[in-house]
Design a protein around this ligand. Structure first.
Ligand code: PLP
Length: 471
């Protein structure tokens, strides 16, 4: 399988090269040249356990890794989950909740980042190189990435979080990881400052090449790939349980990575009726799929911070497919958006809706809190605020003929303040993995909001670490 860039400015690459590159050098995102049709295999796949199913899906895309190695990478990635089914599906009231939060940091990003960490280590062991990951985080991505690569050979990770501006639980999930290859930087600035420093460091091509910088954000194709698996896992299981011949999914959405994986599963032949795209007040995607106008606004903080995003990096993948894989047309659209902060896209010819599958809606803070409260009172089930946005929008779109799978993207114990606001107390929002963090030794380095200071820190850390491993 080869991967081409959405901007059309480079030769297609095999899987392993796309994983190491992250973003294409022409500024585009990688997509497989085609999506294999698996409709003839769905019956057989519906009997597989999570890791076996993951292997079957991934081997279609990662065909430059031997089957033995891929099986081993996948098995190790999902052994790190605390639930024997990895991602159990539970019927709660009128919906099926797909629990994606049983990984080490209790958010769905572990599903992809555990796999990516093992994949990086495997590829580096073959090529003998090293990789220095530099990332900015507002909370969830940083901790999942740190837990994905901690202790791994050939990989170091530098994660900047805005000092004093992430939740105490999120900070502890990062700074309590004291492996030698993990560097937590508390930046004296905001998340946007941290993000700008990452951009500056990647923009310095000499620095980037000298230090083999790598990225772990959701533009990396391997992250999308790992997420395709659970759409098949949940969809096939729920169709089997209910006897339905189609299934819908509700996806709490920020960067569009998670729902794009569902889109890929539908393109591969999973019988999907609808992909419900749910946003909070930061609703650029909700507005786009209902009007065709993609217009950037300001970001407002909400109870679901991991969805507080205006410009969604993975949207470009959807747009490229929508435009019939026409890279020139995509570049023209993105150029208009970069210049004016707005672009208009027409539905495919003959279609009334913008997309075959995507149905978008939004849930504001009041609706989110009401949904947490209602599911707790009626069903004795505690939703985290991100998952509650998805459920709130899904409840407005239920079809008696089609089961609805709602993706639960985080454990409620990560967001005790929102739970307390919804049901009056955070007492029920606990998890052993979070209790176990309290009192652990922590390590972080506080740095000024200055790219040069961060670059100097990274450079020194790499030199010291190389010296230590050679002595
Ligand atoms: C990242 C995140 C999301 C949004 O997923 P995208 O792939 O960015 O759309 C939703 N919920 C939680 C808990 C997250 O961490």
């Amino acid at each position: 399988m080869l991967y081409s860039s959405t901007r059309g400015g480079m030769q297609p690459l095999p899987f392993k090269s796309t994983v190491m590159a992250g973003l294409a050098r022409d500024g585009g995102l990688f997509l497989p040249e085609r999506f294999p049709d698996v409709s003839d295999r769905l019956a057989a796949w519906s009997d597989l356990g999570y890791a076996d199913l993951a292997f079957e899906v991934m081997r279609l895309f990662a065909d430059d890794i031997s089957e033995r190695d891929l099986r081993d990478i996948v098995a190790r990635s999902y052994a790190a989950f605390s639930h024997p089914e990895v991602a159990p599906v539970r019927q709660i009231g009128p919906v099926h909740v797909l629990e994606l939060f049983h990984g080490p940091t209790l958010a769905f990003k572990d599903v992809a980042l555990q796999f990516l960490g093992n994949l990086f280590e495997h590829i580096l062991a073959e090529t003998g190189g090293e990789l220095n990951i530099v990332a900015a985080t507002s909370g969830d991505t940083g901790s999942a990435a740190i837990h994905g690569v901690r202790g791994r050979q050939g990989v170091r990770i530098f994660v900047m979080h805005p000092a004093g501006r992430v939740s105490p639980v999120q900070e502890l999930q990062m700074t309590s990881v004291t492996d030698a290859n993990v560097y937590n930087i508390a930046l004296q600035g905001t998340f946007d400052d941290a993000q700008a420093i990452v951009k500056t460091l990647f923009g310095d091509l000499a620095f980037r090449d000298r230090h083999h910088l790598g990225a772990v954000n959701s533009i990396n194709w391997a992250r999308v790939l790992a997420q395709i698996v659970y759409y098949f896992h949940a969809g096939l299981q729920v169709m089997k349980r209910t006897g339905a011949d189609r299934v819908s999914f509700a996806v709490p959405t920020g960067n569009f990575g998670d729902i794009f994986a569902g889109y890929a599963a539908a393109l591969m032949g999973l019988p999907v009726a609808a992909l419900v795209l749910a946003t909070n007040e930061n609703d650029i995607l909700n507005r786009f799929f209902n009007t065709g106008v993609y217009r950037q606004g300001g970001v407002v903080p909400t109870l679901s911070p991991s969805m507080d995003i205006q410009v969604s990096s993975n949207f470009e993948r959807w747009l490229y497919l929508h435009l019939g894989r026409d890279a020139a047309a995509l570049r023209a659209q993105m150029e208009v958006f970069a210049r004016t902060g707005e672009m208009t896209v027409a539905p495919a010819s003959g279609e009334a809706a913008m997309d075959r599958w995507i149905r978008a809606g939004r849930a504001d803070t009041a609706a989110t809190l009401a949904t947490i409260r209602e599911f707790h009172e009626r069903h004795g089930y505690l939703l985290d605020p991100h998952s509650a946005v998805g459920v709130a929008v899904a409840l407005r779109q239920l079809d008696p003929e089609v089961p609805m799978v709602c993706l639960a993207t985080a454990h409620p114990a990560k967001f005790p303040d929102a739970i307390a606001q919804a049901i009056g107390s955070a007492e029920l929002a606990t998890a052993p993995a979070i209790e176990a963090l309290k009192g652990l030794p922590t390590r972080k380095t506080t740095l000024p909001n200055d790219p040069a200071a961060v670059a100097a820190f990274i450079e020194t850390a790499i030199q010291n670490s190389r010296a230590a491993s050679h002595s």
